[in-house]
Design a protein around this ligand. Structure first.
Ligand SMILES: [Zn+2]
Length: 331
């Protein structure tokens, strides 16, 4: 993590430099809310930005050598407060927000400014959010609030209206390929990985490291065998649970999107096997796909919002629906 956080993704470079320049010219707003689509690069960007804002070097920031950078690396910078959902918790707690308010009133000890970095701010309940408003409404002159949210729609409007929103850029497909090519040399593999991860090169790299390409082929084979009645639901369900049920759900979501694209005459960018592609040519395909896709999305949402979802029931019911859906088409 430490090494990764040293790294700045090429597609974030110009935004990063712009923010550092604005800080030097003392033109940064008191509170910025960063909105990124992907958690992987957003977190890294914020870590790097925080370090650079605190760095005391007159040249390139973060320098990695000044007192501030060393304290940051040691995780004991007195002018930095990191706030996020604690392990095992579901939201940022009111006590954490109280700590923010207290920190806000202190004078910086090392440099000119203090930084409060808060992630997942959408998890604050109304009480916590209202407490935070105090910092946003009466900003202390030497504090920067770097806020991040995974879901801006869940953030209270009173908070939103008091921050400057900054969207984080995504890489173009070319940039994603270029970055990913350092670890995945074969273009065909990169194509598949990027298509499966919706163009997210970091996730694509993770999938590659986890050997997920092979797993994707297995998933497709299993679904085809189920549709042909060659495998039993309970058996297959057990296998999926033992392996990686969340990855399987991701796969199913992507598969539905790909099938719907192919059925609309789009490219088969997942290189789906023929048995699956043939489904899309069947009468009533779209009509039957969408209810199935809804169930997949509901199941996925359940795994994200429930602390202890019944995975076996969830997976088995999707397998049952897949079998019913495909058999209706093949009848
Ligand atoms: Zn430094």
């Amino acid at each position: 993590m430490a090494e990764r956080s040293n790294h700045l993704f090429p597609w974030m470079q110009s935004l990063f430099e712009g923010l550092i320049e604005r800080n030097q010219a003392k033109q940064l707003p008191h509170a910025i809310l960063f909105v990124g689509e992907w958690l992987e690069d957003t977190e890294q960007f914020l870590t790097r930005l925080t370090r650079a804002l605190l760095c005391q070097s007159a040249d390139e920031k973060p320098c990695g050598q000044c007192k501030s950078c060393l304290l940051f690396q040691a995780g004991s910078h007195p002018d930095l407060l990191n706030v996020t959902v604690e392990e095992g918790a579901k939201r940022i707690k009111i006590d954490q927000v109280r700590a923010v308010i207290e920190f806000d009133t202190k004078k910086p000890q090392i440099g000119q400014i203090k930084v409060i970095a808060m992630t997942a701010i959408e998890t604050m309940n109304a009480n916590s959010a209202n407490a935070l408003l105090k910092c946003l409404e009466e900003p202390s002159p030497n504090t920067l609030l770097l806020l991040q949210s995974n879901d801006i729609h869940q953030v209270l409007p009173t908070i939103l209206s008091r921050c400057q929103k900054q969207a984080l850029p995504k890489p173009s497909l070319e940039e994603a390929h270029l970055w990913l090519s350092k670890s995945v040399s074969e273009k065909a593999h990169r194509d598949r990985l990027l298509s499966f991860t919706d163009g997210n090169p970091l996730k694509a790299q993770q999938y590659y490291e986890d050997n997920r390409l092979l797993a994707l082929d297995n998933y497709a084979d299993q679904l085809i065998r189920l549709m042909q009645g060659e495998v039993r639901i309970v058996e297959l369900g057990e296998k999926i649970i033992k392996d990686n049920p969340n990855a399987w759900l991701d796969y199913l979501q992507t598969l539905c999107i790909t099938l719907s694209k192919v059925s609309a005459g789009g490219a088969n960018d997942q290189q789906l096997s023929r048995a699956l592609v043939e489904l899309t040519a069947k009468e009533k395909f779209s009509e039957l796909l969408y209810p199935f896709f809804d169930c997949v999305n509901e199941a996925k949402a359940e795994t994200l919002t429930q602390s202890n979802p019944n995975m076996q029931l969830l997976i088995e019911s999707l397998l049952y629906r897949w079998a019913a859906f495909t058999r209706k088409l093949l009848r």
